[in-house]
Design a protein around this ligand. Structure first.
Ligand SMILES: [Zn+2]
Length: 268
């Protein structure tokens, strides 16, 4: 703690809850991180080169409430540095990034952009809101994306189904067109998802459904951030998984056809 995940991907001003934090500044472990290096133009391992207690009066300074700096150096080029500024909660229940250089990266998802076309700016705005801890804003943008793309998304799912499953899905899909309420659309088809879209037996559409139904009008930025993140991750998962399955089944069909053609040629 601060963990790799926190440093690599957590946005600014969001509380990262922790079970236990070292009580003295010199007891924190130095974790390595893996992030992009613009000098090496690739992902590299970064190691921490400073001491967390460098600005404290003494090395075993109590950690509660302290704000500190972390300097990370690319182990490959030994030139490029990343900086993090982190604040510890007075009760040591959470830590929070309060600064980062280079800035928290907002990376678009090519498949999301393809699906969204003219709405892809919502996705980027959602990421910007998330990066600043504006949960209500982020949730609003992702929710809008789900509403705008749900029909397309659900119809793409049908391309992963065959036979009887496909017939049942088609009937349900037609029913989804009778309502304009996103949650109702999801409700109709959520139990018909193919196994490939249910990692570990979890149903992303069920989670999306409950996330959208949560009624967050009166909720805090913090709670909305959690829902926003869930919404975004489900969207990215569904879109990427559908794209990957489609392309792998295309490759499979192509290679099977090649084999069959060869067999036919030999036979004639
Ligand atoms: Zn480097």
């Amino acid at each position: 703690m601060p963990s790799k995940e926190f440093l690599e991907s957590y946005p600014l001003y969001r509380k990262f809850k922790v079970d236990r934090l070292p009580s003295q500044m010199n007891s924190f472990p130095k974790v390595q991180i893996n992030m992009g290096c613009p000098t090496c133009k690739s992902n590299q391992t970064f190691v921490m080169t400073n001491d967390l207690y460098e600005n404290c009066q003494y090395s075993n300074y109590p950690s509660a409430g302290v704000a500190f700096r972390m300097v990370y150096m690319c182990t490959h080029c030994q030139k490029f540095e990343r900086l993090f500024f982190v604040k510890i909660d007075e009760d040591k229940k959470w830590i929070m990034k309060i600064g980062q250089f280079p800035a928290w990266e907002i990376i678009g998802e090519p498949n999301i952009e393809r699906l969204l076309c003219e709405h892809s700016s919502y996705y980027n705005k959602g990421l910007v809101c998330e990066s600043q801890g504006y949960g209500i804003g982020a949730y609003g943008y992702y929710r809008r994306i789900v509403e705008k793309t749900i029909d397309l998304l659900l119809s793409e799912v049908s391309e992963l189904l065959t036979g009887n499953d496909l017939e049942i899905y088609k009937v349900a899909l037609a029913k989804t067109k009778e309502t304009i309420v996103t949650q109702e659309k999801i409700e109709i088809v959520k139990d018909l998802l193919p196994p490939i879209l249910r990692p570990d037996g979890m149903n992303p559409l069920s989670v999306l459904h409950s996330t959208l139904s949560a009624g967050l009008h009166a909720e805090s930025d913090e709670i909305c951030l959690e829902y926003a993140q869930a919404c975004r991750e489900i969207l990215v998962f569904l879109v990427n998984q559908i794209a990957a399955s489609k392309s792998s089944s295309r490759d499979f069909t192509k290679s099977m056809r090649k084999l069959l053609d060869k067999k036919l040629q030999r036979g004639s």
